[in-house]
Design a protein around this ligand. Structure first.
Ligand code: PEP
Length: 250
């Protein structure tokens, strides 16, 4: 019912050589293209190269962020229509590194999600609690609050375009992974919250897990009832690891 999505967030890593390595690795791999969706999310500058290198494979490209305005005097920013011109299919919004290092708040994240949807790009909304918030047992409130902040600002039609990624901040890039039970618990809460909006939407929306997912733990995480894919950081930089995770999902 929900097609798994495996998305690799390269962050500020990679090179033309790595794009080529991935292009070659994907071309050699037999994917059941209708069984899973796959995305590679490199830095902006490499999007065109990635699109070309992955041609003929089922892998689609995504961007790591965008700006919520259509055009104008916003030095350094990139709009949804520009991403669309480069064949971008997905865009991350609300990644914890953007929330903390670049001070993006819920209003900015909502504007980004809307701008993406208006251009037919799928926003992957990242939500997640810090270690302190988990220790204080506030993770549900934090994560559901981040979800509501975007859901409430979207129309019914717009909501249907969204993918959500639960990424506990304490598990990102730390080598610490949420246990499958911890991840499933939050995913189940997210899905229950989505039911307040629309039963059908809740059944169909893809909820990804992100936070030190790797070949060794992917299968167990991905087999949880409400985990519909993964957002992968570190392990998405190695073709063999990333492809192994894709196979675990398919
Ligand atoms: C991420 O930042 O989206 C992420 C999940 O990173 P990592 O897999 O390295 O924890």
């Amino acid at each position: 019912m929900r097609i798994p999505l495996i998305a690799g967030n390269w962050k500020m890593n990679g090179s033309l050589a790595l794009i080529e390595d991935f292009g070659n690795a994907f071309s050699r791999t037999s994917f059941l293209s209708n069984a899973i969706d796959i995305a590679v999310i490199p830095p902006f500058l490499y999007l065109a190269n990635a699109d070309e290198a992955f041609e003929g494979t089922p892998v689609q490209i995504g961007a790591q962020t965008l700006y919520g305005e259509a055009s104008g005097a916003f030095t350094g920013a990139v709009s949804a229509s520009m991403l669309k011109e480069f064949g971008v299919h997905y865009v991350l919004v609300g990644h914890s590194e953007r929330r903390t290092l670049f001070k993006e708040d819920d209003a900015a994240i909502l504007a980004q999600a809307r701008a993406a949807i208006d251009e037919g790009i799928v926003p992957i909304l990242c939500v997640g609690e810090t270690l302190e918030e988990r220790d204080e047992n506030r993770f549900d409130d934090v994560v559901l609050g981040q979800l509501d902040a975007v859901m409430k600002g979207l129309s019914e039609e717009q909501r249907r375009q969204l993918v959500v990624a639960y990424e506990p901040v304490w598990a990102i890039g730390t080598g610490r992974t949420a246990t499958p039970e911890q991840a499933q618990e939050v995913h189940a809460s997210l899905r229950a919250r989505l039911r307040h909006y629309d039963e059908n939407l809740a059944d169909n929306m893809r909820l990804l897990y992100g936070g030190s997912m790797k070949p060794a733990n992917a299968q167990e995480l991905l087999s949880q009832a409400d985990i519909d894919g993964g957002l992968i950081g570190g392990a998405s930089l190695k073709p063999d690891d990333f492809i192994a995770i894709c196979h675990a999902a398919g």
